[in-house]
Design a binder for this molecule. Sequence first.
Ligand code: UDP
Length: 416
Amino acid sequence: MISLHTSPLAQPGTGDAGGMNVYVVETARRMAQRGVQVEIFTRATSSDLPPVAELAPGVLVRHITAGPYGGLGKEDLPGQLCAFTAGVLRDEARHEPGWYDVVHSHYWLSGQVGWLVRDRWGVPLVHTAHTLAKVKNASLADGDRPEPLVRVVGEEQVAAEADRLVTSTQAEADDLVAAYGADPERIRTIAPGVDLRTFTPARDREAARAALGVPAGAVTLAFVGRIQPLKAPDVLLRAAAVMLARDPGLRERLAVLVVGGPSGTGLAEPESLVSLARELGIADVVRFLPPRAGAELAEVYRAADVVAVPSHSESFGLVALEAQACGTPVVAAAVGGLPTAVAHERSGLLVDDHDPGRWADALGRVVLDQAERQRLAAGAVEHAAMFSWERTADALLATYAEARRAQVGGAAGVAV
Ligand code: UDP
């Protein structure tokens, strides 16, 4: 696998680390459990990193030096593609020929590298875009910068070159065909998963709240994810302000949790959110928490009565699945993959705009009516159970094998 711009060892929920990191780690682990050796190439961002690190049994992370360790943003990385590719090729050259059977690139920068190494190694290139610039640019939030032309062109090239394109939803597959002219025959739609061992329903919701300092019995709304304009955490704050204006008595028992770290720039940076909460007169009920992993993150989902995913654009939305697996209904924007991640009226509600009044209606419907919340909570657990990383990894392995079979002169398939 190639994950150039963000390391599978990074903590998701801040900076450039998010769902893609989780996807790479979870699928690599499951593949290794099935006896497939996985090596993940990523750019070295610190001199302390060893050249090779073991992420899990059977999964190695190879750090490739390409440019200075610090000081480069994602927008600078197109300038490091040559250095990174050279590093990958040199690293592979130390093995006997035929070391790798398949290259799976994640995000367009890795796709550019995968395209070249695929040709050199004579193996298929499977590519997952994770997000698409043209889709993102079509629904930018205030304060968000459009994705640059270099990315659009780079994505078009990878869409044309990859042997297989993996999308998370049919909607993303349609976008690849309509906006990028991708060949539908080469697209495979494979749903991402959720770790159903870590994200389990609350046995004691109040204990989860107490651990986070949320008052007992509080009506708790949560946002989890990278704090950036595209994720629209401001919509949750505005909706909470509307709920309080409609019912001032709620102030005594409302808590809003915002969990995650800064990513990119713009209106939704944590400092701006703090000022927004103050401007809206709700600073006393909002609690900002730094990003957290695994069990600690599950506690946040369990503490919440509802998790809001108000993104302007979202290719899937793992947070929505994780929250539901913890028995917490989700109110999400009806964009991108979120209508797949959330079953409208069964596991949560979809809202088709970002109007704070309509968000207050939807959030209020879930949290202020106990019977309705319990119905949606049960539906949430059921819906999340339909997704698993084991299934995702198996479908990816089948796609690798199929891509190898389709390759002219290729071997008869990956032994799995
Ligand atoms: N995440 C995390 N800790 C946090 C916040 C988020 O580990 O404090 C993880 C979360 O569990 C999810 C991922 O970051 O798996 C975010 O994925 P999603 O698809 O929701 O959004 P993306 O970051 O890909 O835009």
